[in-house]
Design a binder for this molecule. Structure first.
Ligand SMILES: *Cc1c(COP(=O)(O)O)cnc(C)c1O
Length: 372
């Protein structure tokens, strides 16, 4: 089996339709049927396992989406289905499993906004990850985001898998903050893994995409059937950009993770000196036993700092030179965000950092000059 970087570059070479080294951007929404009348298959007679090389209409499948799914499927050892955004992937997962109860923690606010729609429209019940799981039944969902946004700290996936499976419920892990090779949630009992590919898979702050992963080929088929109706496949342009991004995936993610861990160490070592720092959250500061097993190759490139006052946190981003003050994460450029701007439930003293691939010495110097 080729290793991660080889797969992320060559995993879909066999699906190339032209000799181009970089697959071309396809803008066609429709594809010619076979010219041989004997090869024409009516829609009701199509193989339910949907052949990915015969494209008909781009809401169903299109060439670069299939290549993205082939590569990410191989990178994660699962079956991948691509979506137009991380949130459309989460919407698709809830639509597919159709739970009555969903256990969910803090974490990305947008997933809560999707769940609110299910609560309002269909009376789905929400419980928290610390509630009594006896409220969960067969087919219900435990949704675990780990590492969790905005702290970059991890939860023990196997603990939640066990608690979910005892009740016949399924565990979905939002692994956006720890793409391969940082973490494999399937090893610890996840039934489905979701990613906002907008973040680390994309890595350049220039595309919006989501991914659902399952070990079960029937789940992939079912998700694609529903996606055809939902119309939420990754777009033509974004799938092409994502193929570009995947070629440097491991390089970027490892460098970002190393940079973040060095910066967190610098801040933690010097927190006595910088009295404005109240606390720092990051996986590298966690000491529980499961951490080194679940995150064997490094920690998320995202962390947060609580400063002494709301005013300090609000002003801090504008003192930095290389960290751009913007929301989102996962790109090659470091970002900083006074998080209260985009999450109304967050501590107003919290500042979130998404670390890129710049030289870590420059990033640390930038922080040093802002902190004095
Ligand atoms: C960004 C993000 C999402 C949503 O993804 P979009 O691509 O913006 O729709 C979901 N979960 C986490 C953890 C995220 O960071």
């Amino acid at each position: 089996m080729p290793k991660l970087s080889t797969t992320s570059i060559h995993g879909a070479d066999h699906l190339s339709r032209v000799p181009d080294v970089m697959p071309p951007i396809n803008i066609s929404t429709t594809f010619r049927y076979d010219n041989d009348p004997s090869k024409l298959v009516k829609i009701q007679d199509l193989d339910p396992n949907l052949p990915i090389e015969d494209h008909v209409y781009s809401r169903e499948t299109h060439p670069n989406a299939s290549m993205v799914e082939e590569i990410i499927g191989k990178m994660t050892g699962a079956h991948a289905v691509s979506y137009s955004s991380g949130l459309s992937a989460f919407f698709a997962a809830l639509t597919y499993f159709n739970p009555k109860v969903v256990a969910i923690g803090n974490g990305y606010h947008g997933c809560h906004e999707i769940l609110d729609i299910f609560k309002e429209n269909w009376g789905v019940k929400e419980i928290s990850l610390t509630d009594d799981f006896s409220q969960l039944g067969k087919g219900d969902i435990v949704h675990l985001e780990t590492p969790v946004n905005p702290d970059g700290t991890s939860f023990d996936i196997s603990e939640f898998a066990k608690k979910a499976h005892e009740r016949g419920a399924l565990l979905i892990v939002d692994a956006t903050l720890a793409p391969p090779p940082l973490m494999d949630p399937f090893l610890w009992g996840a039934d489905m893994v979701m990613h906002s590919a907008t973040k680390y898979f994309g890595g350049h702050s220039d595309l919006l995409a989501g991914i659902l992963l399952s070990k079960d080929p029937k789940v992939k088929t079912g998700l694609i059937r529903q996606r055809i109706a939902l119309g939420s496949i990754i777009s033509n342009l974004e799938s092409s950009f994502l193929l570009r991004s995947l070629r440097t995936h491991e390089l970027r993610v490892m460098k970002q993770s190393e940079n973040a861990t060095k910066i967190v160490k610098f801040l933690d070592d010097n927190k006595e000196k910088y009295s404005q720092i109240v606390s720092i959250s990051h996986g590298s500061l966690q000491t529980e036993d499961f951490i080194t097993k679940q995150m064997p190759n490094g920690h998320s490139a995202l962390f947060s700092v609580i400063f002494s006052t709301e005013e300090y946190a609000r002003a801090f981003p504008s003192k930095l030179k290389y960290f751009l003050h913007a929301t989102s994460l996962g790109g090659v450029e470091s970002l900083v965000e006074w998080r209260a701007l985009s999450d109304d439930k967050i501590d107003p003293r919290l500042v979130r950092f998404s670390i890129g691939v710049e030289s870590v010495d420059d990033l640390i110097d930038d922080l040093k000059s802002a902190l004095v």
